[in-house]
Design a protein around this ligand. Structure first.
Ligand code: SF4
Length: 471
């Protein structure tokens, strides 16, 4: 496995890092795969030409300008840059890359492209250090996280984020309301100052709960689990206390103007996402989704790229309705969902309950899946939980890519199946999502990697070996 670089054609100054897996296969001698893991993180974008007049990627696309970032993302996806441009111009995709995060390797999030995954990290009041959070970020990216959200709510939020950003080759997202509370009271002025502080550091996308309106609160209070979004519950409390409309909604244009200056994408938060199956697809959830659709148009008109956040806890039979309504109400803006978890009864296994929903909603068109770790509902994830969450979600995203017929995804499956049938164990491990685990499971009970069977069936009952004798 090695990292190779593909040079841009429109912008020869760009060198796109990819992973190449050499194989002992005459038909598929090697495979190039999308690689989030840059070993040598440095400010690659600092020398690239910037769009004139400080245009955002969306505005540049609307003017027909293919930026270096667009070409970079296109090469990674194996598509023509014109496709990236078109999807960006129409708002069906986002390319989150703050002008102040030059270390960020450009990538694109949209239903026409590979399904992406996000890993959440960040400390809480009860634990973790800056070093641990940087380590979790690097680990998540090594395993394939396409974006990372720093959800720190504990100590040293600014310093933690700075350390993460300067070492991170993927877009970083945050929920700025968390740090607003560190500044003092929850109010527009403190929120605005937090936005600017984080924008200056280089955050690439912000989750902002601007669609949770005062009138929707009573709808949520009738639920089994009420409001389960941290940002949503904080804003609901503020509105009830002050008897005022959500200041993120009333100041939405000003928020967009700040975001446009840095080219930060907005991820319109689902403060009323259902926290259990009983609350899924209810009036509160869809009322907020409708407002997110209205805000999408405002942000687009101001040149800002938009993602729409989605649930949550949704049973399998109600997932399609979520996707259909999101597309209809939010005008085709890319959907970014947390799972969804398809049942509530498996704490400790929620990476799986949510991975099932994520694969289904990904297949239906969701562009990015926010991972869930086994610690969901139970505690702050550690490094091992990050590993389990990322691999589970790479699996869900890949399953969705396969169902959507993505040629890169299909070729990797074909290459692995051929390696498996040929007993090329090393190739099989190298092509797998978690080579280390696959190889260790094999080695703990099976003979060498030269044998034509494993300990599952043994030499006399190995069906693939017996089939080969028939050929
Ligand atoms: S022994 Fe069984 S599980 Fe192992 S390679 Fe052969 S058919 Fe597959």
């Amino acid at each position: 496995m090695r990292r190779i670089f593909v040079q841009g054609k429109i912008h020869p100054e760009i060198q796109v890092g990819m992973r190449e897996i050499p194989l002992n296969d005459k038909q598929i001698p090697s495979l190039r795969i999308y690689d989030t893991h840059s070993i040598d993180v440095h400010p690659i974008r600092s020398t690239w030409p910037k769009p004139a007049e400080g245009l955002t990627q969306r505005q540049a696309a609307q003017k027909g300008i293919i930026t270096p970032e667009m070409e970079y993302a296109a090469i990674r996806e194996g598509v023509a840059p014109e496709i990236v441009l078109k999807e960006l111009a129409e708002g069906k995709a986002v390319l989150p890359a703050n002008k102040k995060h030059p270390e960020c390797e450009p990538m694109i999030i949209g239903s026409k492209f590979l399904v992406k995954i996000n890993a959440n990290i960040g400390n809480s009041a009860l634990g973790s250090s800056i070093e641990e959070e940087v380590e979790k970020m690097l680990y998540a990216v090594k395993l394939g996280a396409d974006t990372v959200m720093d959800l720190s709510t504990g100590k040293n939020i600014h310093e933690t984020r700075e350390a993460i950003l300067r070492k991170c080759p993927v877009p970083i997202g945050t929920v700025p309301i968390y740090q607003t509370l560190e500044r003092g009271d929850l109010c527009w002025e403190n929120f605005r100052d937090t936005l600017i502080e984080q924008a200056e550091q280089g955050v690439d996308y912000f989750t902002i709960h601007a669609g949770l309106l005062k009138d929707y609160i009573p709808l949520a209070l009738k639920r089994t689990t009420g409001i389960v979004s941290r940002g949503g519950s904080l804003m609901a409390c503020w509105m009830q206390t002050h008897k005022q409309e959500n200041f993120l909604y009333t100041h939405f244009k000003e928020i967009c103007e700040i975001l446009r200056e840095y080219d930060i994408a907005i991820s319109l938060g689902d403060g009323l996402r259902p926290g259990c199956i009983a609350d899924s697809n209810d009036e509160a959830q869809f009322a907020e989704l409708k407002t997110l659709g209205e805000l999408t148009k405002i942000a687009w008109d101001l040149g800002v790229q938009v993602l729409i956040e989605g649930p949550g806890h949704v049973p399998l039979n109600k997932i399609k309705e979520n996707m259909d309504l999101q597309l209809e109400l939010c005008h085709g803006a890319p959907f970014y969902t947390l799972g969804p978890l398809v049942t509530d009864i498996a704490p400790g296994y929620d990476h799986i309950t949510s991975g099932i929903g994520a694969a289904v909603i990904g297949m239906l068109g969701t562009a990015m899946l926010c991972y869930v770790t086994p610690k969901e509902h139970l505690g702050l994830p550690n490094k091992e939980d990050v590993r389990t969450g990322v691999i589970t979600y790479k699996l869900a995203a890949h399953a969705a890519d396969i169902a959507k017929g993505n040629p890169q995804a299909l070729l990797r499956d074909k290459a692995l199946s051929r390696a498996r049938f040929d007993f090329r164990w090393e190739d099989q491990f190298a092509l797998s999502l978690d080579p280390e685990l696959a190889s260790s499971y094999h080695d703990e009970s099976s003979p060498s990697t030269h044998s034509k069977y494993c300990s599952m069936c043994g030499p006399n009952f190995c069906a693939m070996r017996i089939t080969q004798e028939l050929l």
